[in-house]
Write a new protein. Sequence first.
Length: 423
Amino acid sequence: MLLKVRKSKVKGNIRIPGSKSHTIRALFFASLAGGKSEIRSPLISDDALSAVAVCKALGAKIEKQDDKYIVEGFGKEPVIPEDVINVGNSGTTLRFGVMTAALGDGCSVFTGDWQIRQRPLGPLLCAINNLGAEAYSTRNNGKAPVVVKGKLKGGKTELDSVTSQYLSSILINSPLLPLDTEVIVTRLNEVPYVDITLWWLDKLGIKYENHGYKTFYIRGGQEYKPLNVTIPGDFSSATFFAVQAAISGEEFVLDNLDMTDPQGDKTVFAILEDMGAKVKVEGKSVRIKGCELVGREIDMNAIPDALPAMAVAGCFAKGETRLVNVPQARIKETDRIHVMCEQLRKMGADVMELEDGLVIRESKLKGCKLEGYGDHRIVMSLAIAGLNAEGETIIDTAEAVNVTFPEFISFLSQCGADISTCE
């Protein structure tokens, strides 16, 4: 699907949909609980539906009723899947699912789409092996397809958590193991995503120790009680509208955002405010209005998902913007550092790759044909660039927005964007 975008005056009021990170965690926690759970206002997107499918394959009963999921969990005993489990495009679901499957007594096979089969999994597979189960890559490259065979027992492992999802997977599943678990973290990127997982563990009364994010000690023999939760809004999705307001000089009011939530991408508002935008928090809404932006250096390690959108913001900020300390952005659905550099250059941007980020200088963008590479955050970020570029911008693989934000295009259109799709 192609997305056609022309320069537009875009402003309005948007209710941000539920958080992907919270929705997927809620589905796994509810599945790992005994009894019936209720998850209200979940994100309904391709990634979330992948999590639903994986939890059902492992034995959970999940029913959608209006704007909520009713989940009957399998507790500590997932079933052995009848078939290969396909996680689609969801890296979070893959990383959580392989360890959950290893709680069971038997073999499970996981695969995904072409992007998933390029994403690393090796450190988590090593940890699973160290904790008493078996896990290996069928191509011996540390990537999906992978086979896992339970049962996990617990124990001690080192972990190179180049993506926070490895550590979150262990934290979610290890309380259910018969033995205590100790994780020595040799590297940890994206700390706020671990904080989201810890927020859930605290909410569910799980006993663990966090020693400065260097060592985690999780008590074994615990269990999860059924959940009754409402999913908060997604700050990662809000980022695109925040950047649109900041670079255009227009105003958005973004509803369903809780600034007390542990999601890391809420700091995007503080960053844009520091660059010159006007930001006001009004309860669970954030009002943001664009003003003249000034470039700065931004440590993106905690907020890698915001890199594509912030790269667009850098094109409209005076001077130089440096997005640094985010090497893990190269191992997402695409190498987002390289892809954003490549595509923004096509639009006339003055941008340069660093090993761990990007350097962007103020640029005048022109519409052209762009490649989205089937990466939802690339497609949405380039759409924002197109709304502020001269002429028409055409982005391919636009169907990728359904991975996390199916309403993205319609929301922009409702707010005045000249945006449309075609095959």
